[in-house]
Design a protein around this ligand. Structure first.
Ligand SMILES: [Mg+2]
Length: 211
């Protein structure tokens, strides 16, 4: 059996949640109105995030990228990616945020990922236009749809931190969960491996694959 890893970006690869901070910083009025409604489940993430993003002028993308560049990553990702490369296990990043944010934070590590799925932004018009080929019912990036692109014969391993990773975590046979995701899985009696940084994940995978 082959293994494949699906990893969230925001709050998982980055130590802090960055995307919500970007929405608040670059579209303060609409974010102030819609983010509470999304938390209250009155507006879907798909519609709310799209409306906020599409209110941002195209000229501001470079500032968003600069804002994101300063965000620190959780420790151990280069070491985990080295280990996965030696083990021939693909590492797929699945983010509900912007591809350009993922790429600027990962920087030279991008080439060690197998693929990155995220929201693309078309800046050819006056304002952002969201381009998201794996849109779901309620989210701009349906992480389970992305997992389903890959052969069911693979053992799928999910890494995440929050509610946007819940469906992915419930689908995957092996899950690394921290923060709110761990609480949601506790409530559903879904087993997971607790983690704090990517060194923990490497250690757990070495144990898992050597037994
Ligand atoms: Mg997250």
């Amino acid at each position: 059996m082959k293994n494949i890893i699906f990893c969230d970006f925001d709050g998982t690869i980055t130590a802090q949640e960055t995307f919500v901070a970007v929405l608040k910083q670059f579209a303060p009025e609409l974010a102030g109105e819609l983010i509470p409604q999304m938390y209250a489940l009155k507006v879907t993430l798909r519609d709310g995030v799209r409306r906020i993003l599409e209110s941002i002028p195209s000229s501001r993308l470079p500032e968003i990228i600069e804002f994101t560049r300063r965000q620190p990553m959780r420790a151990g990702l280069p070491e985990l990616l080295d280990f996965l490369q030696d083990s021939s296990v693909p590492f797929v990043v699945v983010s509900g945020g912007l591809r350009s944010m993922v790429e600027v934070v990962l920087d030279s590590l991008v080439k060690h990922t197998h693929a990155i799925y995220a929201i693309d932004i078309d800046t050819s018009g006056s304002h952002f236009r969201v381009v998201s080929p794996y849109e779901g019912e309620t989210e701009l990036v349906d992480k389970v749809k992305v997992m389903d692109l890959y052969d069911a014969a693979n053992i799928k391993i999910a890494i995440g931190d929050s509610v946007t990773d819940l469906n992915m975590a419930l689908t995957a046979p092996v899950v690394f969960a921290r923060d709110r995701l761990a609480k949601y899985l506790d409530e559903r009696n879904k087993p997971y491996i607790a983690w704090n940084d990517f060194f923990d994940i490497r250690t757990a995978l070495i144990q898992l694959w050597n037994t």
